[in-house]
Design a protein around this ligand. Structure first.
Ligand code: PDD
Length: 283
C-alpha cells in the first residue's frame, strides 16, 4: 500500500480525504514542488525548498511546516521502500478548506498539505536522441515565476503537443521564447548559450540554475537573454531542462530542424558534465 503524507500524517493514499471546499480544488489556490531522488540524494533540495517558500510567500500562504519538506520527502521514500532506486516526490500545499469566496478565508484556516513519492524511470530515448517540440503563443498569466498548481494553460498546451506527436510545447510571448509547458529552454547560437532571464514570465528552474552554473564552469559563453522567435534560424542547438528530463536535446522546434537534426556538441558537453556531477554526488 502506497504511503502518502497528508496534513502532518503518513497514511495510506486511499485514506486521504480532501474537502470539496478545499481552495486547491475550487481555485487552484496552491503551490507545488517536484524533487528528484538519485538513489542516494535529493538533487539540490535546498533550491527546491527556497523556491517552495518563495511561492508560498508570493501567494501569502502561511505553511509553518515548509522547512520540513526534506524530512517529509525522505520519510516517504523510507515508508515506500524507494531509497535504493531513482524516485520522485511531489508536494502540494493549498490555502485550505473554506466556503467558496474569492477573498482569502478570514480568520485563516489550516493549510492542506499532501505529498507522495514514486519510483521513476527517465525517458532515456528522448535524452539520448532528442525531441521535437512545438511553438505556441504563451497563453499563461504574468506570474509564471510562482510554482502554482494553476496549470491549465500548461496542460492544454502540452496536450496539444502530444496530440501532434511532439514532446513539449514551447511558449512565445511578444516574439520572445520564454520556456516550455513544464521545462526551461536553452539555445546555442554560434557557441553562446542563451536562455530567458529570470522574470515573471518563466519559472526559475532548479535545473536551469544548475545548468547555467555548469556551463559557466565549462567556459561556455552565457547570455541570459530571450531568444527571439524570428532568430531560430540562427540557432544550431537547443535543449530543455527540468527535474525529470534533466538535459534533453531539442532537434526540431516549431517545424524547424536545428543544426543537423541530432543532439549538438555543446548540449552533449553540458549533459555529460551534469551526469558527472550526479556521479560525484552519489559517491
Ligand atoms: N516542472 N518551467 C516550468 C513551467 C515547469 O513546470 C518546470 C518544472 C520547469 C523546470 O523546473 P525544475 O528544473 O526546477 O524542475 C520550468 C515540473 C517538473 C512539473 O511540473 O512536473
Amino acid at each position: 500500500m502506497e504511503t502518502t503524507y497528508f496534513n502532518g500524517k503518513y497514511i495510506p493514499k486511499d485514506e486521504v480525504r480532501i474537502s470539496p471546499d478545499d481552495r486547491g480544488f475550487l481555485f487552484a489556490d496552491g503551490v507545488y514542488e517536484v524533487i528528484r531522488w538519485y538513489d542516494g540524494f535529493f538533487y539540490d533540495i535546498n533550491s527546491h525548498l527556497t523556491r517552495l517558500k518563495r511561492s508560498l510567500r508570493e501567494l501569502r500562504i502561511n505553511w509553518p511546516e515548509a522547512d520540513s519538506f526534506p524530512t517529509i520527502a525522505g520519510k516517504l521514500l523510507n515508508f515506500n521502500k524507494l531509497e535504493d532506486q531513482p524516485a520522485m516526490v511531489y508536494l502540494q500545499v493549498t490555502r485550505g478548506q473554506a466556503r467558496r469566496s474569492h477573498s482569502f478565508p478570514s480568520p485563516e484556516v489550516p493549510i492542506t498539505s499532501y505529498a507522495y513519492s514514486w519510483g521513476f524511470s527517465p525517458d532515456i530515448t528522448s535524452i539520448e536522441t532528442g525531441i521535437k517540440v512545438m511553438l505556441k503563443e504563451d497563453i499563461r498569466w504574468s506570474r509564471c515565476d510562482i510554482k502554482s498548481v494553476s496549470l491549465l494553460p500548461n496542460t492544454m498546451s502540452f496536450q496539444e503537443a502530444c496530440e501532434n506527436g511532439l514532446k513539449e510545447c514551447i511558449f512565445v510571448r511578444n516574439g520572445n521564447i520564454t520556456e516550455g509547458s513544464h521545462s526551461n529552454i536553452f539555445f546555442v547560437s554560434n557557441g553562446t548559450l542563451f536562455t530567458h532571464p529570470e522574470s515573471n514570465h518563466i519559472l526559475s528552474g532548479v535545473t536551469r540554475k544548475n545548468i547555467l552554473r555548469i556551463a559557466q564552469e565549462c567556459g561556455i559563453k552565457i547570455r541570459e537573454e530571450a531568444m527571439q522567435e524570428n532568430r531560430i534560424r540562427f540557432v544550431q542547438e537547443a535543449f530543455i531542462t527540468n527535474t525529470s528530463a534533466e538535459v534533453t536535446p531539442v532537434i526540431e522546434l516549431g517545424g524547424n530542424t536545428l543544426g543537423d537534426g541530432v543532439p549538438g556538441p555543446v548540449t552533449k558537453i553540458i549533459r555529460k558534465e551534469f551526469y558527472d556531477e550526479i556521479k560525484v554526488l552519489k559517491g
